[in-house]
Design a protein around this ligand. Structure first.
Ligand SMILES: [Zn+2]
Length: 328
């Protein structure tokens, strides 16, 4: 088609009119992107080398921005390994939770005092008697269980943080879980006893993963590298009591020798290098998981978007007027 001078002029005007609209459109897109520009949590995400590329998909994005928090817990002290545990935690400057047995405290007063003097530790209740190793009988009586915990609590004092002897049970305001290693019948028998404790104000903490030890030698069954790998695998699997948080069970006794002490230090250093943050169980139940923070942020953005959409007809009308003025 032959283009007349008039047609060319009209086309020129139309181009001039439409181009700014495209420009406006592209600016609007930029603004939208700016709206979702890196939040402090996203920045955390970008800076954390431990996050795999697979995690960066949109579905796992919310999860990948969670800070990785590890709760080191040490059971059955004060015992022969406690002094080494305390020194490693002090030297590495990390937090940890010591689940002490009331009866052991009576025999190890100086170790107990040393632990109490460390600000990065939470000293918690791990029964008075450790059920004397006879768990089934112990957990058959609510009175026995409650009296034993109360006796230890009178020695330990403070907030009622508790770990049961021989049972991976959770009773927190936000978490209720029995030990699934037990038979269904046993769980049914024991569950009311755990609940009797939570009714008395005890917060019961289980664990997500254990650093196993050889029961013949009392030493760790494997090294820090393997333990760290197991922690990372568990973190990826999402099979955690709380998302982004891992409670690691260990026993003081495993670290009583120099080799054990080194293993503990090594594990802490590997975890530090992989971006893990160390906290005591004092912050486990109370802190709001980051995933909820993120959801709230998304909701706020959605509300803003809706408000902008409402303004859209006005904007459209204004643009239309501009366009007509240009075409005139
Ligand atoms: Zn124990």
């Amino acid at each position: 088609m032959k283009m007349t001078g008039k047609t060319a002029t009209i086309l020129l005007f139309v181009s001039l009119a439409v181009l700014p609209l495209f420009a406006t459109g592209s600016y609007a897109i930029t603004e939208t992107e700016r709206g979702s520009s890196p939040t402090p949590l996203d920045i955390f995400h970008e800076n954390t080398s431990h996050i795999s590329s697979a995690q960066k998909g949109s579905k796992t994005r919310t999860r990948s921005i969670l800070p990785k928090v590890i709760y080191l817990t040490f059971d059955d002290g004060p015992s022969k390994g406690t002094a080494n545990v305390l020194s490693v935690l002090k030297e590495e400057g990390v937090e940890g939770t010591m689940f002490f047995i009331g009866r052991n405290i009576e025999y190890q007063r100086s170790l107990y005092a040393q632990a109490l003097s460390m600000p990065n530790l939470l000293i918690a209740n791990h029964t008075y008697s450790h059920a004397n190793g006879k768990y089934a009988r112990f957990y058959s009586s609510a009175a026995t269980v409650v009296n034993d915990m109360d006796r230890a609590q009178r020695i330990i004092g403070g907030a009622k943080y508790l770990r049961l002897a021989g049972r991976n049970v959770w009773r927190l305001p936000s978490l209720y879980r029995n030990d699934y290693a037990l038979s269904k019948t046993r769980r049914k028998t024991e569950s009311p006893k755990y609940t009797a404790l939570s009714d008395r104000g005890y917060q019961i903490y289980g664990w997500d993963i254990e650093w196993h030890f050889d029961h013949a030698t009392g030493n760790a069954s494997y090294g820090a590298d393997r333990m760290a790998d197991r922690i990372e695998t568990l973190y990826e699997s999402k099979h955690l009591a709380k998302e982004g948080k891992i409670v690691l069970l260990t026993h003081d006794y495993m670290f009583r020798k120099e080799g054990g002490r080194q293993k503990l230090r090594e594990l802490i250093q590997i975890l530090k290098a992989s971006g893990w943050r160390f906290e005591t169980l004092g912050s486990y139940g109370s802190s709001t998981p980051a995933v909820f923070v993120q959801k709230k942020k998304r909701l706020r953005k959605k509300v803003i978007r809706l408000a902008m959409n409402k303004r859209d007809p006005v904007r459209k009308q204004r643009n239309k007027r501009k366009r007509l003025l240009l075409l005139r």
